[in-house]
Design a protein around this ligand. Structure first.
Ligand SMILES: C[S@@+](CC[C@H](N)C(=O)[O-])C[C@H]1O[C@@H](n2cnc3c(N)ncnc32)[C@H](O)[C@@H]1O
Length: 238
């Protein structure tokens, strides 16, 4: 299977996104110093496997993963609605991490752990068949053809997601960027471990039930952009 992901000489995927915009307000800066260390799932720059039961202090029936949670309104919303499920969120954008921490503090949620780095550095450290649901919502589209290789959805990323996914797990991809939607469908269709579940147009035109709108989704909706919601299922292992 091809690996088109651009990498640094030490083999880590290259990061092209932003890590910070405006200066954090004092309370949010304090949350980064105090709450984030307690909720951080794994330290950066290491390769040791992550012990999920130890990090969450329990073994929940399901663990869900959101990659690129932005300001975290989807992650905090689904976590508050499902206290029996544990959630992992990945996001290197520190203003977004601070925003999620403020939501966690407001909601008193205890079922979220964070990785404030590129998700591609965390995935190899997660155990096989540990995750029941994966969200990739309104990912950076990298629209120029010469930047398409920066897109998260690539064969190697789908393989890594398939490894950590339980049999029958769902992978939800949402985007209002038509070319990235078509790209994702093409990548999924040539990957042996994932199938697209849609049977009728409403299955991709409407969000799955219990949906919490994301910030980018709301912005796009105001401009009249139509999102697509692709729900993939992990093919059972033989
Ligand atoms: C366009 S924003 C969408 C944010 C949010 N999902 C939403 O819908 O509002 C994409 C986000 O994904 C994050 N991101 C991109 N690549 C990532 C990666 N490899 N690991 C973790 N986060 C990533 C970016 O930092 C950015 O915040």
């Amino acid at each position: 299977m091809s690996d088109d992901t651009p990498r640094s000489p030490d083999g880590q995927p290259l990061w092209y996104g932003r890590r910070r915009t405006h200066k954090l307000r004092p309370h949010r800066a304090k949350l980064i110093d105090t709450l984030l260390p307690a909720l951080r799932l794994a330290a950066r720059g290491q390769s040791t496997p992550v012990d999920l039961a130890e990090k969450f202090g329990r073994t929940a029936a399901e663990i869900h993963l959101e990659i690129g949670f932005g300001a975290g309104e989807h992650l905090s919303g689904v976590a508050a609605a499902a206290p029996d499920v544990d959630f992992i969120g990945c996001e290197p954008f520190i203003n977004g991490v601070a925003s999620l921490l403020a939501d966690i503090e407001r909601d008193g949620s205890t079922n979220i752990r964070l990785f404030d780095e590129d998700a591609r550095q965390l995935l190899p450290r997660l155990p096989d068949a540990a995750i029941s649901k994966i969200y990739l919502l309104f990912p950076d589209p990298w629209p120029k053809a010469r930047h398409n290789r920066r897109r998260f959805v690539q064969q190697d990323a789908l393989s890594e997601l398939a490894r950590i996914a339980r049999d029958g797990a769902t992978f939800i991809f949402a985007s209002d960027h038509k070319d990235y939607v078509a790209w994702t469908l093409a990548e999924v269709q040539r990957h042996p471990d994932w199938v697209w579940t849609a049977e009728r147009p409403d299955d991709w035109r409407l969000p799955p039930s219990g949906w919490v709108e994301t910030r980018y989704e709301a912005k796009g909706r105001k401009k009249g952009d139509l999102p697509s919601y692709l729900v993939m299922r992990r093919v059972p292992r033989r």
